[in-house]
Design a protein. Structure first.
Length: 245
């Protein structure tokens, strides 16, 4: 599952950890989230309690051994519901740096040997590599703020994806609209309704002061409405995942 957006600062990393936490409760096997933002700041690092200094760069160095879940367990931070998180690398030195796209794709390939469900926190979808990741994702997901501008930018992105032959990505995508206040303006609801007709599934995540803070996410501290919205998103994700009959 790949999480991206048309803009920065819309809450991708927050949603990735919150949704991953809900999926970790719903899926019997462990679920892993990976910081694929290529940045040395932000990302998943601030959304989970750090119990070790390991990062996604250590996963790159682990190579083929990532196919062994016990190796990932030593490198991942663990959320309150059991979500495993490979946080981003925050150092730029001769020995450590954020991974490249090809290195990240290699990490994901190895993780799929040990995990049934992996979430990638991607950067905004403004590069061919991000589009490629969305193209091979089982579940492509987009995040937008509940504002006219952010939703319009998202719809332009969806139009561009169709233009380059990624129509199926748009049709199967899940769009999470992150509310920024307790009330939603009428014009925002109107644009949101237009966006609903363009994607596979749209869910508005209510404003929650816990999600608004740059702190680790714990589902137990979220409001009932927020948890219900995350369950709806999780259900849309699971519906799109192939079942082993």
């Amino acid at each position: 599952m790949c999480v991206s957006s048309a803009d920065g600062g819309v809450g991708r990393s927050t949603l990735t950890v919150a949704l991953g936490g809900a999926l970790a409760l719903a899926v019997p096997a462990p679920v892993v989230a990976v910081d694929a933002t290529h940045r040395a700041w932000g990302g998943l690092e601030h959304r989970v309690v750090r119990s070790s200094p390991a990062t996604v760069w250590d996963a790159v160095l682990a190579g083929d051994t990532l196919g062994d879940a016990s190796v990932v367990e030593r490198l991942a931070q663990v959320g309150p519901t059991g979500l495993r998180v490979l946080v981003g690398e925050s150092k730029w030195t001769a020995q450590r740096r954020p991974p490249t796209w090809s290195e990240l794709f290699g990490v994901v390939g190895h993780l799929r040997e040990a995990y049934a469900l992996a979430l990638l926190d991607l950067p905004p979808a403004d590069t061919a590599s991000a589009w490629r990741a969305l193209g091979w994702a089982t579940v492509p997901m987009f995040v937008a703020r509940a504002s006219v501008e952010s939703l319009q930018h998202t719809m332009r992105l969806l139009t561009q994806l169709r233009a380059v032959g990624l129509t199926e990505v748009v049709q199967e995508s899940v769009l999470a609209v992150m509310a920024t206040s307790h009330s939603t303006a009428r014009e925002v609801r109107a644009v949101e309704q237009m966006a609903r007709q363009s994607v596979g599934h749209l869910v508005r995540v209510p404003y929650d002061p816990v999600l608004a803070r740059p702190d680790p996410v714990d589902l137990r501290s979220l409001s009932k409405l927020t948890r219900s919205a995350l369950v709806e998103v999780a259900a849309a994700v699971i519906d799109r995942c192939p079942a082993d009959l």
